[in-house]
Design a protein around this ligand. Sequence first.
Ligand SMILES: *Cc1c(COP(=O)(O)O)cnc(C)c1O
Length: 387
Amino acid sequence: MSDKITRTIRTQINRTPEMEHAAPMFLTSSFCFEDAESMRAAFADETDDNIYSRFSNPNVQEFTDRICVLEGAEAGYATASGMSAVFGSFMALLKQGDHLLSCNSIFGSTHTVISKYLPKYGIDYTYVPATATAAEWEAAIRPNTKMIYLETPTNPGLDIIDLEMIGRLAKNKGIILNVDNCFATPLNQRPIEYGADLVVHSATKWLDGQGRVLGGVVVGKKELIKDIYLFCRSTGPALSPFNAWVLSKSLETLDVRMERHASNALHIASALEGHEAISWLKYPYLKSHPQYSIAEKQMQNGGGIVCFELKGGLDAGRKFLDKLKMLSLTANLGDTRSIASHPASTTHAKLTETERQAVNITPGLIRISVGLEHRDDILADILQALL
Ligand SMILES: *Cc1c(COP(=O)(O)O)cnc(C)c1O
């Protein structure tokens, strides 16, 4: 089983004596021991026996093992949401006096954690633009920079950051590189191959792919994951075994789903490019994308997100949403059903115009999460809403 997709599908927790084919759900808070000695050994970390589901659980382990296969990672820990994976990776590895380097287009809640909560613990940060050059990234590094954290493609602007360039920089400076790989998924892009030490995911998005459960996971170097595990096992952001069961099963179809999401998205992006109601459109696998050559180097396809700017700004954005007949108006992305969102009037509405500009949220920005419906139907709905 050399292929990673085969290995992912075939990675499964041990069968019970019932000889079930699909993995059963281990909805249990704790696990039993035969005697005092085996219980002592488990608590002393001399065995891998499950103790309590805040520490480990077979369904959670299966999901984590599958992500490790996909990302080419040594170890991992799964969490209740993407944000708890992000937060756990910060809190376990950063301490007072450390500096975190990131970029200005990151997921909204991650921005809140970095700019509002980390400073409360004496952890400083700097943002560089997502399109910064190697020299600009390097110039932002300080003697106390402990971690570089980034997303590529960025949400929702779809900027592409060169993982090879950042990986080299982080390695040269001995800085932990932590990459949110949510938008690309491990089938499309594997940051560890470019030197990332950690990869975090919101499993809520493409990994589930059906908009059902929240989940998160962080995978990477064994010694770093050990610290994250110890932090999480004490602080409690454990993934529910039910959610882990759902997510693990989802990974068996990730490859076929992502292929269709990406081919639908490429079709829609190509068809919309140059439309008179749009001032610009971005999709990583269109030649017009400013970082097309980087996307082609590090991504297997362009992914499932398309974004564009409506000529009429804020007002046009709201009208566009109102005119849609099929696409869902919802805060999620990475679902079988196509979703449209308008960040300036929703997720980023509380920011001032200047603050929005600083994080690249333009007034007429529309983000489409392209689903698995027939591409003609998705395109037709968008086109009629653009009229
Ligand atoms: C949604 C998302 C997160 C947060 O994940 P949750 O599962 O919602 O906590 C983090 N990063 C990116 C890029 C996301 O899209």
